[in-house]
Design a protein around this ligand. Sequence first.
Ligand code: ATP
Length: 367
Amino acid sequence: MAELTLDHITKTFDDGGDEIVAVDDVSIDIADGEFLVLVGPSGCGKSTTLRTIAGLESITDGEIRLGGDVINDKRPQDRNTAMVFQSYALYPHMTVRGNMAFGLEESTQLSDDEIDDRVTEAAEMMGIADLLDRKPGELSGGQQQRVALGRAIVRNPEAFLMDEPLANLDAKLRAQMRTELQRIQEDLGVTTIYVTHDQTEAMTMGDRIAILDDGELQQVGTPLECYHEPANLFVAGFIGEPSMNTFEARVDGATLVTDDFEYDLSQRHRDAIGAREDVVFGIRPEDVEVGADTADGHTYAVTVDVVEPKGDENYVHMTFDDDHETPDTFTATIGGLRQVDAGDSVVVRFPPEAIHVFDAGSGEAVL
Ligand code: ATP
């Protein structure tokens, strides 16, 4: 069993006397064989978290356990993890075979034949068996990335640690490699932590995703949990494309009031909101009903500003029709065959079962 536990880990750097808290009291339990994606904007502490697990950075506080053993103070080579970098980090003067086998003799008790077998097996798994005698300079970027992944597989580690491994590939190859990587990870059943800043990659690859902002863990959950039940405004804005529409609002009895619209609250909404007065109202673009034919306390007249065709769907940017000085704009997603054009007047509905409400002060989700 190789479950991986980050137990209140903190990592600070000293930047010429200033303390930078790169990882701030982060705790995550990653199950044996799980594929966990660490995601967040640039500088949020993803790479530092991964590097502390690999032993490339020491932690300032907390405990890291792999398969039940505390590994905080172990040297990187003694941790039984294998890291894959965005830059591939291959030795240019060595063949693919040499790169994949490098260090195995010292770190394991394997004979040359056994190492050779492992390298061949991993190379076959990665589809690079016919490239074993080439040097990295004679390979495409995609092939080099396969070598880097193959090198990690050969080590037969308890955990794969991957830092944006597909970031240097073009979009098509990246999509292909995502699927392949998931298949291999599932076949091998090795606990994996995968760092990316790309929320689409996180949503499609992770069994669960852990969302970081400014060194702090915002939410850990399945992609669907984080999408449907974002813990706070940050997660709501970060997960989902286009982002959730949000409006500052006031609660006035059974009505939620923004600068542009009033929204009838149900008893369920009111129970969740409690005594709060200042909230943020949220609705995902795909939850906006465009062309609603029943008028109720959830429908509004709007004007279409721009239609962005995206193939099988359109992003429709709209503005409320009201006499407010700067009416709010928002985005709806509708199927590609539905036709609305810039300048059209339409009625939209924000269905009561789909709305989100956040505390205006803390940003925490209340609904
Ligand atoms: P990116 O996606 O841009 O790689 P990240 O989420 O991986 O970002 P980190 O590289 O972990 O973020 O950096 C987190 C914070 O720690 C940043 O503010 C960064 O400037 C700082 N940091 C990282 N390494 C060091 C270091 N060696 N010395 C000082 N500060 C550092």
